[in-house]
Design a protein around this ligand. Structure first.
Ligand code: NAD
Length: 260
């Protein structure tokens, strides 16, 4: 159980982050939500999480692609709760294009959010975790943190960077009760992937479900999507005693994608 722990999950108003927040709350952790979206919807998510799990849930709307607001975000959490026990770096965006056509602003945004924000939140959270002699940092990387695909230069570069940063974070804090690991999902059917399914359907002039099957067939041998709840389950495992000596590693939930 994670009773009396505070878990910060970036980008938790949707998709994987929300499922991770739900699973950590179900283990008794107090939750800090973050991300964009409709204010009324987010408030509904916040209240439901509190009521269903009997935990405290706060929402902080920081734009983590800005270095200073990523740093300020963690400082605000510490002011509010006095604790950061679990940090799940999950917020991420995608853009696909050939390198020669890749818009510079999209490159900069992806590196800022998918990689640099992980550095900033981790840097702000570590001193308190070191004082507590307990911390769990979970970086949601990707199968694209381990292998590449064409047209995803910024994303693949950022996610490989996250895997490297995970290892350095683990080494610098080994033996101090702090672990840092990366979860590497394959295809999970969230809004981020729905946009790619839509684009494939338009390109191949097919319906959405045919495009979804094609997307899976290209990469994921199981031919099934990973669920956000399964990623949440992996995060719970990484916070458990069984994972106490697991640090600096990657956990693939990818239906066999990276086994090839
Ligand atoms: P999603 O689009 O459903 O959710 C992304 C979340 O990040 C949302 O809450 C959004 O509001 C938030 N966000 C976006 N920009 C932000 C910013 N500047 N500051 C703060 N929050 C911001 O996407 P998802 O599929 O749930 O992705 C979550 C993570 O999982 C990402 O890092 C993604 O790269 C990774 N991932 C996803 C898949 C997949 O197949 N869906 C596979 C591997 C890895």
């Amino acid at each position: 159980m994670l009773t009396h722990k505070t878990a910060v999950i970036t980008g938790s108003t949707s998709g994987i982050g929300l499922a991770v927040a739900q699973q950590l709350a179900s283990q008794g952790a107090n939750i800090i939500l973050n991300g964009f979206g409709d204010a009324a919807e987010i408030e509904k998510i916040r209240v439901n999480l509190e009521l269903q799990n009997d935990v405290k849930v706060h929402y902080i709307a920081a734009d983590l692609s800005q270095a200073e607001s990523a740093r300020q975000f963690i400082r605000q959490v510490i002011q509010l709760t006095g604790q950061v026990d679990i940090l799940v770096n999950n917020a991420g965006i995608q853009h696909t294009d050939r390198i020669e056509n890749f818009p510079i602003d999209r490159w900069n945004q992806i590196i800022a959010l998918n990689l640099s924000a992980v550095f900033h939140t981790t840097a702000e959270a570590l001193p308190l975790m070191q004082k507590q002699q307990w911390g769990r940092i979970i970086n949601i990387a990707s199968a694209h943190g381990l292998v590449a695909s064409e047209y995803k230069s910024a994303y693949v570069a950022a996610k490989h960077g996250v895997v490297g940063l995970t290892k350095v974070t683990a080494l610098e804090n080994a033996g101090d009760g702090i672990t840092c690991n990366a979860i590497c999902p394959g295809w999970v059917r969230t809004p981020l992937v729905e946009a790619q399914i839509q684009a494939l359907a338009e390109k191949n002039q097919t319906d959405i479900e045919t495009a979804a099957r094609q997307l899976l067939a290209e990469k994921q041998p199981s031919l099934q999507f990973v669920t956000p709840q399964q990623i949440g389950g992996a995060a719970v495992f990484l916070c458990s005693e069984a994972a106490e000596q697991m640090t600096g590693t990657t956990l693939s939930l990818d239906g066999g994608w990276t086994a090839r």
